[in-house]
Design a protein around this ligand. Structure first.
Ligand code: NI
Length: 137
């Protein structure tokens, strides 16, 4: 972490009161930490529309009995193997599986992988958690 800098901000009182109420219920230790997190999340969101490297996780839930589904999931993941750092498979119950695919690379390609997994017939749920490599925040 680089050196700390103090700065002052003028804000509408109602807005600041709402913010303070939220950070109190979130149990933030300080307003500075809450503001720093907001700034970081804005920077991370910008990373996902830029050209740099990003990281994240794709979560999918599916019924493994669905014919051809597991083959399709494997084929798509092999197609995008350069983006995939690891994947974890969890058997949720007799029918349902949850898979976490950890990814790092170009944002457009990761979004294409997430879409390719989402549209496979039999995938019940799919989400992409857009995180960061952490190098720029
Ligand atoms: Ni399973």
């Amino acid at each position: 972490m680089s050196e700390l800098t103090r700065f002052s901000v003028s804000l509408d009182k109602e807005l600041l009161d709402k913010f303070d109420g939220q950070i109190e219920s979130d149990r933030y230790p300080t307003r500075s930490k809450a503001i720093a997190d907001l700034i970081r999340s804005k920077i991370v969101a910008r990373e996902w529309v830029g050209d740099g490297e990003v990281a994240g996780a794709i979560i999918i839930v599916y019924d493994h009995h669905k014919h051809g589904l597991t083959n399709s999931l494997t084929s798509v993941q092999h197609e995008y193997y350069k983006l995939i750092i690891s994947s974890q498979h969890v058997h949720l119950d007799h029918d349902n599986c949850l898979e976490i695919v950890v990814v790092k690379g170009d944002a457009r390609e990761i979004e294409a992988l997430a879409r390719a997994l989402k549209v496979i017939k039999g995938v019940k749920h799919s989400s992409l958690s857009m995180a960061t490599t952490g190098t720029s925040i």
